[in-house]
Design a protein around this ligand. Structure first.
Ligand SMILES: [Zn+2]
Length: 470
C-alpha cells in the first residue's frame, strides 16, 4: 500500500493523505489549506490527482483543516462515499455550509472594492450549492465498528478525544496475502478535557501516522487555562473594555462556554454579558446536545443527575445568530465578552469585532487556539503592528494574550505517552509525523526517538509518498 502525503505535511492546514491499495484510491481527510489567500486558493482549487479516481474518503473529524476541501473534491468529480462518525457527519454538514457562506461573503466584500478599482472580481472557492452535493455522500459509522472501505482495506474509528465525533483510524490492510495494521491518529486530544472521552490507542500496529501540532511544547493544565480565562475577564472588566475571544465555533467555543458557566456558578465571573456571536457555534452547541454517545462519564453524570442544569448556557450568555444583532454589539457601551469565529481570525464575524475594537486600549484579544503561519491571528500574536483587516490597516492598541491550556491537541508529553502506549502493545516499524510545523515535527521526532526503540521516524514533505509493505 502506498501513502501519498498531500497536505498537512510540515504544516497544520489542508490535511489530506491518499492511500493506494490494489489499484484503488482512498483519501484520509480532505482539509482546507489556509494561509496566503492566492496561494491557498490555488492549492485548494487544483487537486494534485483526479478526483474521479478516488473511491472513498475517510474523515477523522469535522474541523475545516480536515474536511473543508470536500466540496472542491466533489466539484472535481468525486462520487464515492465519505465515511465518518455520525457526530462528525452532523458537525461537518454545518461547518461546510458555514465555510461556503463565509467564502461567498468575503469574496463579495473584497470584490466591492476591486470593482471600484477596476480590478477583476475574485470567485469563491466553492459555494453552498457545491456543499449540498457533498452531504448525500456521507455514510456514518460509529466508534468500534470495523467496515470494509475497498477490497483489502478494513477501517475502524476509535476515540481521539479532540472534538465531538473525532476519531483515529485503525486500518487493517491485506495485500498479496499479507496483513498489517496502520494507525492514523487524526488530531489527538488530551486526557481529562471536559465533555469528551480520552484518546484511545490500538494494539499490534505496524505503522503509525501521527499529528505533531504541539510536538515542541507543553501546555498549561486545563485548570491553569481556566484561571487565565478568569483573569482576562476580570482585567477587561476593570478597564471597561471588550474581551474578544477568536474561537473555533465547534469544540473550542463549547469548551469556553462550559468553563465560563463553571466560573459563573462559582461566582467568579465579573458581571459582564457573554455573547457567542456565531450562528455556527449556536448550531454546533445543539449538535453537541444531540450526541451523548460521545460524552465522558463526568458529562453524562452531570446531565443525568442534574438534568435541570445546562452546561452550555447560563443567564448572562446570549447566542447571537442574526447579522443585525451582531452589528448591535458594535454599539455596546458596557464591558462584555464576545466569542466569535474564525479561530485564526481569517474570516467571519470576528474580523468586524477586531476592526471595531482593536484600536481601543481597553480591549483584550485572548487567543485560545493554535494560530497557523500567515494568519491574522498569528500576526497579532507575533506583535505585528499595524495589521491588515478586510483590506484596511489598523493600529493594534488592544492587549493581546494567549491561553495555551485550551488546546484540544495533546502536547509533547501527551503525544509521546500516546505513542509509547501503542508501541508497548505493538512493534512499531515506522512513525510518520504530519500536521505540525517544522520545529514541532523535529522536536517530536527527537522526543520519540529517545523513547521508542526500533521504529524509524520520518517527517514527510507535501507530495512525498511511501510504500508500506507487510
Ligand atoms: Zn482538529
Amino acid at each position: 500500500m502506498w501513502v501519498h502525503f498531500w497536505g498537512g505535511a510540515r504544516s497544520v492546514t489542508g490535511t489530506m493523505h491518499m492511500l493506494t491499495i490494489r489499484g484503488r484510491h482512498v483519501l484520509i481527510d480532505c482539509g482546507l489549506m489556509q494561509g496566503r489567500r492566492k496561494e491557498a486558493f490555488e492549492i485548494n482549487r487544483n487537486l494534485p490527482f483526479q478526483a474521479g479516481d478516488v473511491d472513498a474518503v475517510l474523515l477523522t473529524h469535522a474541523h475545516i483543516d480536515h474536511s473543508g476541501n470536500l466540496p472542491s473534491l466533489v466539484r472535481a468529480g468525486f462520487r464515492g462515499h465519505i465515511y465518518a462518525t455520525s457526530a462528525t457527519r452532523d458537525l461537518a454538514s454545518l461547518m461546510l455550509l458555514d465555510s461556503a457562506h463565509i467564502q461567498e461573503q468575503d469574496v463579495a466584500y473584497v470584490n466591492k472594492r476591486r470593482l471600484r478599482q477596476g480590478k477583476r472580481p475574485f470567485e469563491p472557492l466553492y459555494t453552498q450549492t457545491d456543499v449540498m452535493a457533498v452531504l448525500p455522500l456521507f455514510r456514518s459509522v460509529e466508534y468500534g465498528c470495523p467496515f470494509e472501505v475497498v477490497p483489502g482495506l478494513v477501517a475502524q474509528f476509535i476515540d481521539a478525544g479532540h472534538i465531538l465525533g473525532s476519531a483515529s483510524l485503525v486500518l487493517d490492510v491485506n495485500e498479496n496475502g499479507h496483513s498489517f495494521r496502520v494507525l492514523f491518529s487524526g488530531d489527538i486530544g488530551r486526557k481529562g478535557l471536559p465533555i469528551l472521552r480520552d484518546p484511545q490507542t490500538a494494539e499490534q500496529v505496524d505503522f503509525l501516522v501521527m499529528e505533531s501540532t504541539y510536538g515542541d511544547r507543553l501546555h498549561e493544565t486545563p485548570d491553569q487555562a481556566k484561571e487565565s480565562l478568569c483573569q482576562a475577564a476580570a482585567t477587561t472588566y476593570q478597564r471597561g473594555g471588550k474581551l474578544l475571544i477568536p474561537c473555533f465555533a465547534v469544540g473550542r467555543t463549547q469548551e469556553i462556554i462550559y468553563r465560563l458557566n463553571q466560573l459563573w456558578e462559582e461566582s467568579r465571573l465579573p458581571h459582564m454579558d457573554v455573547f457567542v456571536d456565531s450562528p455556527l457555534a449556536a448550531n454546533a452547541t445543539e449538535i453537541f446536545r444531540m450526541h451523548p454517545e460521545c460524552f465522558d462519564e463526568e458529562m453524562l453524570d452531570l446531565m443525568l443527575r442534574e438534568h435541570d442544569r445546562d452546561p452550555f448556557g447560563f443567564s448572562r450568555l446570549r447566542y447571537v445568530r442574526s447579522v443585525e444583532a451582531s452589528k448591535e454589539l458594535n454599539t455596546l457601551a458596557e464591558p462584555a465578552i464576545i466569542i466569535s469565529a474564525s479561530g485564526m481570525c481569517e474570516a467571519g464575524r470576528i474580523l468586524h469585532h477586531l476592526k471595531n475594537n482593536i484600536e481601543d486600549p481597553r480591549t483584550m484579544i485572548l487567543f485560545v487556539g493554535f494560530q497557523a503561519e500567515n494568519t491574522l491571528g498569528r500576526k497579532l500574536l507575533d506583535g505585528q503592528n499595524p495589521v491588515p483587516i478586510l483590506g484596511e490597516h489598523f493600529r493594534v492598541r488592544a492587549e493581546v494574550r494567549r491561553a495555551d491550556g485550551y488546546s484540544a491537541h495533546a502536547d509533547q508529553a501527551e503525544l509521546v505517552s500516546w505513542a509509547q502506549r501503542i508501541h508497548r502493545a505493538s512493534s512499531l516499524r515506522a512513525i510518520f509525523l504530519v500536521h505540525g510545523e517544522e520545529p514541532s515535527c523535529q522536536a517530536l521526532a527527537q522526543a520519540l526517538g529517545e523513547r521508542i526503540q526500533g521504529a524509524r521516524i520520518e517527517i514527510p514533505y507535501r507530495g512525498d509518498k511511501v510504500e508500506l509493505v507487510p
